[in-house]
Design a protein around this ligand. Structure first.
Ligand SMILES: *Cc1c(COP(=O)(O)O)cnc(C)c1O
Length: 402
């Protein structure tokens, strides 16, 4: 393997984001391939017996086993770290592997954590059901309200965890304010940045300690693979996350790593175009639905905050229909083009009814607390001509007489 400039931080540190997205992290084999290679290997062989001994002892660089290192995976990790402005990154097999690893690697029995209540459904399952089984208490707060974060702090609070904008209510958390509060109390902040990605929002620049990703979403961006990533300081990644990860094994496959690596090359182009399309579609819906949760529009109660901490508001938003679940399902059933799908961040526009899909594992009380109503629909806007999406949504609205 030849190290290229993409692996040299003294060079990549000077590159602008678009260059990092295309060349960051690249390694080349002796063949000199221009596209990054896929190393589908679980193990590595050595010239002599002393080499693996040195690598296992941490005295020499190099790969030992693909649960811990793989060249294709490392290229992706370096590229994500560069885009995020992080010292280090480790990838996982899915977004939920990333979220649960980011929590479990730093929490122990007797610790306490605070989570913003509007979060991805499985994230809330982990905080509400899994962590308490291991003696880790979790308090859910309205992430928009700094006083609730403050009031939830206990002497044993170790982690603040939030997602912004949050799925599916589009609540926005003031990243700088919550991270500053956490710092005062020696609490580590973890931000799930899946909805925005580094193309639109950089939590580390705003004071976050750790950024966790479902790379399944905008990073791959083409709906092909599951992947996750956790970014942070070299100290956090190497002393907390890595020991947990190498021994429990939520490792990303090299093939999936390669797909996400190639996805990152067009991340910024896609994220911006999809956000522009989402604005156009949001403006159409504004006069047609009783409630619209679109952080990119001035009607969103936190629009000023969005403008402060995001480059654009992203491609996902939600709205409510009168008539509850029945109307929401009838709307979806009337669509001809937009797919009924609970995924997001694809090039294809997708819509889902959160209460009966992504958030169905939560109790009705937790759903109500989060603001996930029976009449709510979520849309992830893709790269189609937005006019075609608007015509399809118009079909859905007419079907329910709206
Ligand atoms: C999808 C998603 C996850 C989980 O990612 P998977 O790859 O599906 O496990 C976590 N957080 C957010 C905000 C997501 O959208």
């Amino acid at each position: 393997m030849k190290r290229t400039t993409g692996q040299d931080r003294s060079i990549t540190a000077k590159w602008r984001p678009a260059t990092r997205a295309v060349r960051g992290g690249t390694w080349r084999s002796d063949w000199g391939e221009t596209s990054e290679a896929i190393f589908l290997t679980s193990g590595y062989s050595y010239e002599d017996a002393a080499t693996p001994a040195d690598r296992f002892a941490g005295k020499a660089p190099g790969m030992t086993y693909s649960r811990t290192q793989n060249p294709s995976v490392q290229m992706l990790e370096e590229r994500i770290a560069l885009l995020e402005g992080a010292e280090a990154c480790r990838t996982q097999a899915s977004g939920m592997a990333a979220m649960s690893t980011a929590m479990l690697c730093q929490l122990s029995v007797g610790d306490h954590m605070v989570v913003a209540r509007a979060a991805f459904g499985p994230t809330r399952w982990v905080t509400d059901n899994l962590l308490p089984r291991f003696g880790i208490d979790c308090t859910a707060v309205d992430g928009r309200d700094l006083d609730q974060w403050k009031a939830a702090i206990r002497p044993n609070t170790k982690v603040f965890f939030f997602e912004t904008p949050a799925n599916p209510t589009m609540d926005v958390v003031d990243i700088a304010a919550v991270c500053a509060l956490a710092k005062q109390h020696g609490i580590t902040t973890v931000v799930d940045n899946a909805f925005a990605t580094a193309a639109l929002q950089r939590p580390l620049d705003l004071g976050a300690d750790v950024v966790a990703y479902a790379a399944t979403k905008l990073m791959d961006g083409q709906g092909r693979v599951l992947a996750g990533a956790v970014c942070g300081s070299a100290d956090f990644i190497n002393t907390k996350l890595l020991p947990f990860q190498r021994n429990t094994g939520p490792t990303l496959s090299p093939f999936n790593a390669w797909l996400v690596l190639k996805g990152l090359e067009t991340l910024e182009l896609r994220a911006i175009r999809q956000a522009e399309n989402a604005l156009e579609i949001g403006r159409f819906l504004e006069s047609r639905v009783p409630v619209l949760n679109h952080p990119g529009l001035p009607s969103h109660p936190q629009h000023e905050l969005v403008k402060r901490q995001m480059r654009m508001a992203g491609s996902v938003f939600s709205f409510e229909l009168d008539g509850g679940r029945q109307a929401a399902h009838a709307f979806l059933d009337a669509l001809e083009m937009v797919d009924i799908s609970n995924n997001i961040g694809d090039t294809k526009s997708l819509m889902t009814h959160p209460a009966s899909t992504t958030h169905s594992s939560l109790t009705p009380e937790v759903r109500a607390d989060m603001g996930v109503t029976e009449g709510m629909l979520r849309i992830s806007v893709g790269l189609e001509d937005p006019q075609d999406v608007i015509e399809d949504l118009d079909r859905g609205l007419k079907a329910i007489g709206a």
